[in-house]
Ligand binder design. Structure first.
Ligand code: ADP
Ligand code: MG
Length: 326
């Protein structure tokens, strides 16, 4: 693991045991998060973004899911095999996570102030109540809440979605984590609030120097906010590259398809957006070769027979496609 890498995920494989059988939701996933950078994980719903994120925090649902192979190296330790007491020293402190719907993560019966204080009580038991209040106020100011004392008196349902997400971000930052994992943090919000929350995350990243994993199904969000991007398809990585490279020079037919389906200002208003034909195959019934083969406009015989391995096309650009050429 080189000095620039803060999180190194190698050959991750995750199975779900369901009534229908065993499914491999994440297969051979391999990526590196660099210090002080924002890494985007993109892909359609169900492609394994959240499962990947939850595995980093060791929050996969038990007993239905299991990491069957791979390593997740952070700060010299493998998160996959870390004993639970050591895990508690990392989870929420050094690596924090925020989710799509803050309403489910906040406790509806307690006021915001009490919930933030609880974070301090848990992680900084030596703080006096006064120190906790001061720290909570400072934290809320940091996430752009101008009347923190008022907000602390409120209950989650009395706040807008955007405000609730700001509170969640504040709570996740209480311990000044080295990594923030944001799983579709703005999907439930309106477009203008979305932009504000993303700008906030970017700003906090810049001022704190932390590293961020930003998960989204929206490539527009990736283009505007991420330094690097991992494109996933049906549990596997299709393509990885710095964001500018990926947008200028996409190599995987799936990435190319996603890029043409982004709404563009240049496009005529009200024209129908191109979408990728067909649907993601079921994890219970995955084809033998490339998982994208059934939807791929360039499909050839080899694609249906052999799993494409990730190939390095350029220093930081990899693609898992038999037919891609640099
Ligand atoms: N609780 C669960 N039980 C069974 N299978 C699950 C469960 N959660 C996720 N999966 C499987 O893992 C796949 C990836 O899910 P997820 O990571 O949530 O996708 P997304 O990319 O939308 O975040 C799903 O398509 C599903 O097959
Ligand atoms: Mg998800």
């Amino acid at each position: 693991m080189d000095a620039q890498t803060i999180l190194d995920v190698r050959d991750l494989k995750i199975d779900f045991h369901t009534e229908m059988g065993v499914t491999r939701a994440v297969d051979q996933v391999d990526f590196q998060l660099k210090k002080g950078r924002i890494l985007g994980i993109a892909g359609e719903s169900g492609c394994g973004k959240s499962v990947t994120a939850l595995s980093i925090m060791r929050l996969l649902p038990k007993p239905v899911s299991r990491i069957v192979q791979g390593r997740i190296m952070f700060d010299g330790v493998n998160m996959v095999t870390l004993p639970i007491n050591e895990l508690h020293r990392i989870r929420g402190k050094k690596i924090a996570m925020i989710f799509q719907e803050p309403m489910t993560a906040l406790n509806p019966v307690h006021g915001i102030g009490k919930q933030i204080m609880e974070v301090y009580r848990l992680h900084f038991p030596d703080f006096s109540p006064r120190e906790m209040t001061t720290a909570a106020v400072r934290l809320l100011e940091k996430v752009g809440i101008s009347d923190p004392h008022q907000v602390m008196k409120k209950y989650p349902h009395q706040l807008s979605g955007g405000m609730r997400q700001r509170v969640m971000i504040a709570m996740s930052l209480a311990c000044e984590p080295q990594i923030l994992i944001a799983d579709e943090p703005t999907t439930a919000l309106d477009v203008t609030v979305q932009a504000q929350i993303l700008a906030l995350i970017k700003d906090l990243q810049r001022t704190s120097g932390m590293s961020v994993i930003l998960i989204t199904h929206d490539l527009g969000v990736i283009a505007e906010n991420c330094d690097d991007v991992v494109v996933m398809y049906a549990g596997r990585i299709a393509e990885k590259a710095p964001t500018t490279t990926l947008f200028k020079h996409p190599l995987h037919p799936y990435t190319k398809g996603l890029l043409t389906s982004i709404p563009s200002l240049a496009r005529e208003p009200k024209t129908i957006l191109p979408t990728i034909k067909g649907a993601v195959p079921s994890l219970l019934n995955m084809p033998e070769g490339c998982r994208f083969a059934s939807r791929c406009p360039r499909v050839e015989n080899i694609c249906r027979k052999k799993v494409p391995q990730e190939r390095r096309m350029d220093q930081n650009h990899t693609v898992a496609c038999h037919l891609a050429d640099a």
